[in-house]
Design a protein around this ligand. Structure first.
Ligand SMILES: Cc1cc2nc3c(=O)[nH]c(=O)nc-3n(C[C@H](O)[C@H](O)[C@H](O)COP(=O)(O)OP(=O)(O)OC[C@H]3O[C@@H](n4cnc5c(N)ncnc54)[C@H](O)[C@@H]3O)c2cc1C
Length: 391
């Protein structure tokens, strides 16, 4: 995005990308439909960035969801608003968008040098590059935009290896941490073997004052999925601070304890408890498994007690899943290290955009929105730095 803005203003642009092809994470995001941004009012959208709100707001206001959708349309892909207010390209795929985008960059004269890894700065301040064959070179530029991503899904390219060369120059980098991540739960072997990959459908998860409704998927080692990601920041911060990391699960958010107990009482004389739970209260095997797991396989006989348990099940979380498995990354270059144009204060002429910066947001299109907006802002900063008029 930064390359497009710069090349559109007539600047010669070279993009160095360490992988053999560009945009791999964007393509992977396309498997989930490519949620580009969100259609909620801008004030609500800005609130999703938490403590980074004020620093990101000018960039997002300047290149807002409407501008992002217009940009997408200019590449020949209309966007649509899903039922949750999330915005996707029609067709829900990233590949057509990326293809059209690369064609545009090519027509603007942007040169793409694939298989080139940035390893830091040379003593004279040039960019130290290593190509796929291991040959190193020093690259000089009038302005540089670093957009090297976070540290998750490293096989797609962003491995966070930039932290070391950046931090050793004295630039403050907050440790990279998983965001929108799953959690490790010490399941019994019986439970994880039987239910790995099975979703807990339409549950409400809560931790401290954060609540989310949606699906949570049982993994071999814990829990992941949309509702888990939505409470992940709260849980992760609690784990990091040594606070209580108990996740509360309401398996029946639309029923009161009394209503659920009533259903559980409709038990035929010959029915086992599990059969009664399935027939009367429509519990899925995974629900029952989780209830057994939480009670050491001693489900309460009394319907009201069982109902109460199902509406406030406590799952003790041991740790976050590894950063590499997270959807996004918290931490990164401290926002105080860049000025209003996203230029590194300690390295004038070098700008930073995207997940490399220390902000985080929930899923819902907020990650790509802030990435695109910060890239546009950084490119405008770079244009001004090299003395070119804005397009
Ligand atoms: C499975 C998955 C699904 C997602 N779905 C969505 C979604 O639907 N909506 C949403 O908003 N967000 C989504 N995200 C998050 C979103 O993809 C990221 O927030 C976004 O791609 C960040 O953009 P970026 O440019 O900062 O980093 P990246 O997209 O990671 O791009 C950084 C690029 O820099 C390259 N690079 C890294 N280090 C170097 C180096 N040293 N030298 C040269 N090149 C380097 C990498 O190879 C990479 O191509 C998803 C993420 C994942 C993992």
């Amino acid at each position: 995005m930064a390359a497009e803005v710069l090349a559109g203003a007539g600047v010669d642009v070279v993009v160095f990308e360490r992988m053999p092809s560009p945009g791999r994470k964007l393509l992977r995001a396309g498997r989930g439909g490519l949620n580009l941004t969100h259609s909620e009012p801008l004030a609500d959208l800005l609130g999703r960035y938490g403590p980074a709100r004020d620093r990101l707001a000018p960039a997002i206001e300047a290149f807002d969801p409407t501008a992002l959708r217009a940009w997408c349309a200019s590449l020949g892909l209309d966007t649509m608003v899903g039922s949750s207010g999330r915005v996707f390209p029609v067709g829900l795929r990233a590949a057509p968008l990326l293809r059209a985008w690369l064609r545009r960059l090519d027509s603007l004269g942007v040169e793409l040098r694939l298989g080139h890894r940035w390893d830091g700065w040379t003593p004279t301040g040039a960019l130290r590059m290593t190509d796929a064959a291991g040959a190193t070179s020093a690259v000089e530029a009038d302005a540089v935009v670093l957009a090297l991503g976070g540290g998750s899904w490293s096989r797609l390219g962003s491995d966070g290896a930039w932290v070391e060369p950046v931090a050793t120059t004295g630039i403050e980098v907050a440790p990279l941490r998983p965001a929108n991540c799953g959690f490790v739960v010490p399941w019994s072997a019986t439970f994880s073997e039987r239910f790995e990959g099975v979703p807990l459908k339409d549950v409400v998860l809560s931790h401290e004052d954060v609540t989310a409704r949606g699906d949570a998927v049982v993994t071999r080692t814990g829990l992941e999925g949309g509702a888990v990601y939505a409470v992940s920041r709260s849980l992760r911060d609690a784990l990091d601070a040594g606070r209580d990391a108990t996740l509360r699960v309401d398996l029946r958010p639309d029923q009161t304890v009394a209503e659920l107990a009533d259903r559980l009482r409709r038990r035929r004389p010959k029915d086992s408890q599990a059969t009664a739970m399935r027939r009367g209260a429509r519990f899925q095997p995974v629900d029952i498994g989780l209830l057994r797991e939480a009670t050491g396989n001693r489900l309460p006989d009394e319907p009201e007690e069982l109902a109460r348990l199902a509406k406030g099940l406590e799952v003790t979380v041991a740790a976050t899943e590894a950063l590499d498995r997270a959807i996004s990354t918290a931490g990164g270059i401290a926002l105080d290290e860049v000025d209003d144009t996203f230029m590194l204060r300690r390295r004038p002429g070098t700008f930073v955009a995207g997940e490399m910066l220390d902000w985080e947001a929930p899923t819902g299109g907020y990650l790509l929105q802030a990435t695109f907006s910060s890239a546009v802002a950084a490119a405008k900063g770079a244009l001004s730095w090299v003395g070119r008029p804005m397009p």
